[in-house]
Design a protein around this ligand. Structure first.
Ligand code: PLP
Length: 401
């Protein structure tokens, strides 16, 4: 302070006094560490930071205290050693793919995957000599034969429940088959959440934090969660790709996590009740929600889903029965549901599935994956259930004239 008071004005603009709370005088809410650079306490400290993220901070693209707080929280919830925050879910998937796939390698993906993941593997990494084999969701015979071939896949990308039709993969079988072939399993666990699937032998979990983690449609982020040995391999690639999680977004997501359980409980109850109600409506058919008894994978979902927070699922998918030419009227008539991609936020969303999730697929494959021009995906929020039902009813009667 004394030193600063002797500085010239131009220096004072830059180097003003700091007012950190006294030791023991802790902030209840962690501050946002909105600093790109950190000063080591000594050169020896600097050397230790550069080899271990938990020894301190030097540059926010490498590590940041706010981001680190979120990384540790989510690694703990998912039941793995450590985590790497990224700018978005797709940045997390890109870092994983770029770490483990080289020219000549094979990767397996199932048709029912997030569209940009299909693009990443099929259109981007293919230009670098990676061969991506896209399998029908239930083509386990082909997956097994690839694993037993002389050229087994290096990675398999899985989502469960799948988007948008919410089918469930047999994770025990998949991980066992992949492990026997030294093929890494990457589970995009965005739909199922941090409390699900930790008990399976999954190598790498990827999450989009833009969804239920943040929960309020105001922050983007991604997370890679895995054992330490894999974190150490992915980390330099993620740092170099530069799609690091911004501390401001990390802080918003940390705040979102405080109500994660409450929001999941409320939204999944709404979703479950809405799915049951949709089953009784003449204008909706083929309702897909894994906690409904007549869902084809009901038993598997019950066995695999260990989240114990409501039904654990906030998405419902169904088919409209109206004329194809009236589908746009249905979406245009929604007032409470917003027509938007994404899920897991407090407000309810409606998505035209073919447009958002399936227009890159050959029509036959889209149909096989259960995506038609009349497929609607609802991402349910925490509004009043009757208001949601009335909105859907009004939109359908507008479309059905
Ligand atoms: N994975 C799944 C299953 C998703 O639904 C999404 C986004 O919708 C992503 C990954 C990508 O996440 P982000 O939008 O944060 O990049």
């Amino acid at each position: 302070m004394n030193d600063i008071s002797r500085l010239a004005i131009d220096s004072k603009f830059v180097h003003h006094a700091r007012y950190a709370p006294a030791e023991g005088n802790r902030a209840l809410v962690s501050p946002i560490h909105q600093s790109v650079k950190y000063m080591p306490s000594s050169m020896a400290h600097l050397r230790s930071i550069l080899t271990n993220r938990d020894k301190g901070y030097v540059y926010s693209r490498i590590s940041n205290p706010t981001v680190r707080e979120l990384e540790h929280l989510l690694a703990d919830l998912q039941g793995r050693d450590d985590a790497i925050g990224t700018a978005s879910g797709i940045a997390a998937l890109t870092a994983v793919a770029m770490t483990f796939l080289s020219a000549g390698d094979r990767a397996v993906i199932f048709t029912e995957s997030y569209k940009p993941t299909r693009f990443l593997l099929g259109n981007v990494l293919s230009r670098f000599g990676v061969e991506t084999i896209r399998l029908r969701r239930d083509d386990y015979a082909q997956f097994e034969s690839l694993c037993k071939s002389s050229h087994p896949p290096k990675l398999v990308f899985v989502e469960s429940p799948t988007n948008p039709t919410l089918r469930i993969h047999d994770l025990e079988w998949l991980t066992k088959t992949a492990r026997a072939a030294s093929c890494l399993t990457v589970l995009d666990n965005t739909f199922a959440g941090f409390l699900a699937h930790g008990k399976f032998d999954i190598d790498i979990f990827v999450h989009s934090l833009t969804k239920l983690a943040g929960g309020h449609s105001d922050a983007m982020g991604g997370m890679i969660i895995c054992r330490q040995e894999l974190v150490d391999k992915i980390s330099p690639v993620a740092i170099t790709l530069g799609a690091c999680l911004d501390p401001n977004s990390a802080w918003l997501i940390l705040r979102g996590m405080k109500t994660y359980g409450l929001r999941l409980q409320a939204a999944s109850k709404n979703a479950q009740d809405l799915a049951s109600w949709l089953e009784t409506q003449s204008w909706s058919q083929n309702v897909r929600y894994p906690s409904l008894k007549n869902h084809p994978d009901y038993a598997l979902w019950q066995k695999q889903n260990s989240s114990n927070i409501g039904s654990g699922m906030t998405v419902v998918t169904f088919e409209l029965t109206c004329k194809e030419s009236s589908v746009d009227i249905f979406f245009d008539s929604l007032k409470l549901f917003s027509v938007a991609p994404s899920l897991g936020c407090v407000e309810s969303l409606a998505a035209p599935c073919l447009l958002f999730f399936g227009d890159d697929l050959p029509p036959e494959e889209a149909k096989q994956a259960g995506i038609t021009s009349k497929t609607v995906r609802l991402a349910i929020g925490i509004e009043d259930l009757n208001d949601l039902k009335n909105d859907l009813l009004a939109a359908f009667s507008a479309a059905n004239v």
